[in-house]
Design a protein around this ligand. Structure first.
Ligand SMILES: NC(=O)c1ccc[n+]([C@@H]2O[C@H](COP(=O)([O-])OP(=O)(O)OC[C@H]3O[C@@H](n4cnc5c(N)ncnc54)[C@H](OP(=O)(O)O)[C@@H]3O)[C@@H](O)[C@H]2O)c1
Length: 320
């Protein structure tokens, strides 16, 4: 089968179209004939190799979420899965392939009326946003800032914060046009990447969902209101300065909190339940999948070039 593999970490050109054997499911696994493959921000982070050695080696198939039809099941998996349309997390077995393999525990059936393209736009992103806001104990009437809101996690965080009754939902983004689109999705204030602009925006926030990290982290810690909570879900701009915790201690009397949220630490039944509910909400039109572009699998490198150029709003989806 056709697959995309990383032959060299760094530039997108290091990803090449390859031929791999058709997967055979191991016990507990399903094989999925892909209809759509999500191109996640994390795929670009891994491909760039900017976060150091994650233990990946060349030959790796990038991509961690797919949607399509189950064609085969491994030992111990109910045969009734065959023929069902599912979203699935493929983890390190990779998603940029014609036929993906996933643990059946990481697959969820698609609700009627939801496209595979929309499923891979929301399947990981929306749960990250949900559990970040839950980890922050967002309460109705509190203010929220989503830092790095133009990606699929940030867009979901905006919509979910609005649904959660936030009094204000500010976003950071690098372009006015993206700001307008984020307003359409519920953002009340649009800031630039450094948190500037948005003259009527709150001076401080009860909750900050941070997808960016990097050198700007301490300045955003300073924007937490008393008892405010910042939850880091990504580090697109790299790790924060090593001494960023000093900013929290310097504002000791403000009782601020910094935390992280990874889906890896969410109990599997809770994750599956939230994901199924979110995909159903998307099928009902209550949650929006923002698809930037749909490209053939062979153009995975082009998808990553667009990610590196910062021109993607929402998510790029690959189709085999
Ligand atoms: N916590 C979890 O369980 C989990 C799961 C999956 C992924 N992730 C993480 O989530 C991140 C990807 O999320 P995503 O796909 O939503 O994001 P994304 O699409 O990669 O980026 C979101 C936005 O951030 C802004 N941005 C990019 N680089 C920036 C920089 N250097 N400084 C400031 N802003 C920058 C860009 O918007 P503007 O140009 O408009 O500013 C971009 O559109 C990765 O770090 C990944 O590891 C976490």
């Amino acid at each position: 089968m056709r697959a995309v593999t990383i032959q060299e970490f760094g530039d997108p050109s290091g990803m090449v179209v390859s031929n791999l054997p058709t997967p055979v499911p191991e016990p507990g696994q399903v094989v999925i004939e892909n209809e759509a493959i999500g191109v996640g921000g994390v795929d670009a982070v891994i491909r760039r190799g900017t976060l150091g050695d994650w233990g990946f080696s060349t030959g790796l198939v990038p991509g961690s979420e797919v949607a399509g039809t189950v064609t085969a099941v491994g030992a111990g998996v109910d045969g009734s899965w065959v023929g069902r349309r599912v979203w699935a997390f493929t983890g390190t077995s990779g998603g940029y392939v014609e036929q993906a393999v996933a643990r059946v525990d990481d697959a969820v059936e698609l609700p009627a009326g939801l496209s595979a393209t929309d499923a891979v736009t929301l399947g990981s992103s929306a749960p990250v946003a949900h559990f970040a806001l839950a980890h922050a104990h967002l309460a109705p009437g509190e203010s929220v800032l989503v830092r790095g809101a133009a990606g699929s996690i940030g867009i979901a965080a905006v919509e979910l914060a609005v649904r959660g009754g936030a009094s204000a939902v500010a976003v950071t983004t690098s372009s006015a046009e993206r700001g307008d689109r984020l307003r359409e999705l519920g953002a009340t204030h649009v800031l630039d990447r450094s948190g500037g602009g948005g003259s009527a925006a709150p001076a401080a926030y009860d909750v900050i969902v941070d997808i960016v990290g990097g050198a700007g982290t301490p300045e955003f810690i300073d924007r937490l209101a008393p008892n405010g909570r910042m939850i880091a879900v990504g580090a697109i701009a790299g790790m924060p300065p090593a001494d960023f915790g000093g900013r929290l201690l310097a504002a000791f009397q403000q009782s601020r909190t910094f935390g992280t949220l990874s889906l890896d630490s969410v109990p599997a039944p809770a994750l599956a339940a939230v994901r199924a509910e979110q995909l159903a909400a998307a099928a009902r039109g209550e949650l929006h999948a923002v698809v930037h572009d749909v490209l053939p699998l062979d153009q995975a490198a082009e998808a990553h070039r667009q990610m590196d150029a910062g021109t993607v709003f929402g998510r790029i989806v690959l189709v085999p």
